[in-house]
Design a protein around this ligand. Structure first.
Ligand SMILES: O=C(O)CCC(=O)C(=O)O
Ligand SMILES: [Fe+2]
Length: 357
């Protein structure tokens, strides 16, 4: 006897169906599961079932004769055994985005739900969006985060001042150029979003460089699969220490999801701890690391721009690398802060739902 039901040419295991029973004994009105999967009989049997106009009705075998009714809509939306279509609309980019970053006007974003939705969707799609005409009142960056989520507080504070200071604890707080990097790979969990808001622009220099790390890693995968394999399987350690924080995390520079997709990038020359790898791997690991970073810094991938007063970039810190080129001459003041993707995605999904209704 089969252990599944064929519904409209989609097969559903008995066990899957029992586990997804939507009745009020099995599901809370919130939609959350009440039944405990571990308590189900893995060989559960069906007493009888009927394909009706509205869906599927099942009477389960056993003393309780439990009944389940599934709507056609639910079964259609949740049928399995088909290629998983990526739900996220990710569009990788290179230098062609120079002068062309997805850009939104702050006043429109705060006035219009649809524009706010477009701004947030752009961050998911491209990993970055530029906001213009943000008031240069210090601290406004925190109000920008309030538009979509929650500030991620760290040892650098709720927000941090990117200005040149004496005895800086971090190269970011000097006028020195910074090679393209993701922030805080020494932290776990790492802040998944970063914001940088320009309050004052240097007379010269202080140019912002940006690279889509997903594109760079894809290029490496194509041009040198062995190098890609090393960077996505050999973990390295990143470390930061100051008077008030000692942070360390060990993970791969290229992180892959279970189905082999590039899911996160960690590159930060300043905070890479001494490499500790098998002796015979060291030379080839360096070659792979140099090849990836050459792609990241290369002109095919990199976008440069000089942030003007009132401009703010919001970007995915596990995907888009940022850097600073040319020593800043004259006062320059950015405010930075971290936030997380969950809040952004949730706000975007709520807006999309509102737009559809
Ligand atoms: O000064 C800049 O443009 C970037 C600074 C930076 O990388 C940071 O604060 O994370
Ligand atoms: Fe940074």
């Amino acid at each position: 006897m089969n252990n599944f039901i064929d519904y409209n040419n989609q097969r559903f295991h008995f066990l899957w169906l029992r586990d997804h029973c939507p009745c009020s004994d099995c599901r809370h009105p919130s939609g959350q599961r009440i039944l405990e999967t571990w308590q189900l009989d893995a060989d559960i049997k069906v007493e009888s079932y009927e394909i009706t106009e509205t869906g599927l009705e099942i009477r389960w075998a056993g003393p309780q004769q439990h009944l389940s009714h599934f709507s056609a809509q639910y079964l259609l939306a949740n049928s399995y055994d088909k290629p998983q279509i990526p739900t996220e609309n990710i569009h990788t980019w290179g230098a062609e985005l120079t002068g062309n970053l997805p850009s939104y006007d702050y006043n429109q974003v705060i006035a219009r739900d649809d524009v706010k939705g477009q701004w947030l969707d752009a961050v998911t799609k491209y990993g970055i969006a530029l906001l213009k005409n943000v008031p240069t009142e210090p601290g406004t960056i925190l109000q920008v985060v309030d538009l979509f989520g929650y500030v991620r507080n760290t040892n650098y504070g709720e927000l941090f001042e990117v200005i040149s200071v004496e005895q800086a604890v971090n190269l970011a707080f000097t006028p020195i150029p910074l090679s393209l990097h993701t922030d805080n790979p020494y932290r776990n969990p790492v802040p998944t979003l970063q914001l940088l808001h320009c309050l004052e622009k240097a007379d010269r220099g202080g140019v912002t460089a940006l690279t889509d790390g997903f594109r760079a890693a894809e290029i490496l995968r194509e041009q040198n699969p062995q190098a890609f394999n090393l960077l996505s399987t050999q973990a390295v350690t990143f470390r930061f220490s100051s008077a008030d924080a000692i942070l360390e995390h060990t993970a791969c520079m290229i992180e892959l999801s279970a189905n082999g997709e590039i899911s996160a990038i960690r590159v930060n020359s300043r905070s890479l701890a001494p490499l500790n790898l098998p002796f015979d791997m060291m030379q080839s690991f360096y070659a792979a690391y140099q090849e990836l970073t050459a792609i990241i810094q290369g002109s095919a991938c990199k976008v440069t721009l000089t942030l003007d007063r009132g401009e703010l970039i919001l970007f995915d810190n596990q995907r888009v690398l940022h850097g600073r080129e040319e020593q800043a001459v004259g006062p320059r003041h950015l405010q930075g802060c971290y936030a997380d993707r969950d809040g952004l995605r949730s706000t975007a999904a709520l807006i999309n739902k509102r737009q559809q209704s």
